[in-house]
Design a binder for this molecule. Structure first.
Ligand code: C5P
Length: 242
């Protein structure tokens, strides 16, 4: 993606449709789908409305990202990926920590039309929590290792914290997609929420991210259009050479 000219800067954005309200979910599909590269359907929406949620996102968006973070034995993951492929989504997440055989099974089942993204280290896990899981070392080193595993297994890309993008980008060949949540605007008043390891859209893209996952900064904004315009400007600046 890095070598492509910037067409619509918002192609680089996936809006996270995280809500418990069905009418809001459908309204967001209509409102944001035509504006951005992808709509992201997560666990909450999928468990509430299943294929209705995927169908609504597909009707309005250029691409659909199904964020179910699968983690199971290879045969079960293969079946789940086959079902996701039939639903027509473009990207699907699995946990890199499921290991090579699970990642390979997911990629075989995905074929060419569905991209498998491996979730590296979840952003809430600090070194203390990793130690508690008997996973010593920094989250950065672990993300690097798991992203490499995902690349070797044939994944389309990986999900990582924006603070880890640069080190992952250095170690991985293009066109491996790096997708980052934890995006916050520098100008926005910092809301108290659960994202700790954050970056602005410009910082994440300059570090080598391909796709930015943005939820609450847009969906909960009093004026989402103004926020999208600000994100578009930042993306354009970050991707314009010189
Ligand atoms: O609202 P916010 O911009 O924080 O939304 C971030 C989205 O990215 C949520 O849907 C969340 O599930 C997802 N995500 C994340 N951290 C990860 C993986 C996914 O925040 N490590």
């Amino acid at each position: 993606m890095d070598n492509e000219p910037v067409r619509d800067p918002l192609d680089r954005v996936a809006i996270a449709l995280d809500t418990a309200d069905r009418a809001t979910f459908h309204r967001w599909c209509e409102q944001f789908g035509p504006r951005v590269g992808m709509l992201k359907v997560g666990l909450e929406a999928f468990l509430r409305w299943g294929h209705e949620a995927v169908g609504a996102a597909r009707r309005h968006a250029r691409g659909v990202f199904l964020d179910l973070k699968l983690h199971d034995i290879p045969n079960t993951v293969k079946g789940a990926v086959t079902a996701a492929r039939a639903s027509g989504v473009d990207l699907l997440t699995v946990h890199a920590s499921g290991g090579s055989s699970m990642l390979e099974a997911a990629n075989r089942a995905a074929g060419d039309e569905l991209g498998i993204l491996a979730v590296t280290v979840l952003t809430h896990l600090d070194e203390g929590e990793l130690e508690g899981l008997d996973l010593p070392g920094s989250s950065e080193a672990r993300a690097r290792r798991w992203a490499r595993l995902a690349e070797e297994a044939g994944c389309a890309g990986a999900v990582c914290s924006p603070l880890e993008v640069a080190t992952l980008r250095e170690n991985l060949a293009l066109p491996f997609l790096l997708v980052t949540p934890g995006i916050r605007l520098a100008t926005a008043e910092r809301q108290a929420d659960d994202q700790q390891r954050i970056a602005t859209p410009g910082q994440a893209l300059r570090a080598g991210a391909d796709l930015l996952v943005v939820g609450r900064p847009v969906t909960r904004a009093p004026d989402p259009d103004a926020v999208l315009q600000e994100i578009a400007r930042e993306i354009e600046d970050a991707l314009t050479p010189g």
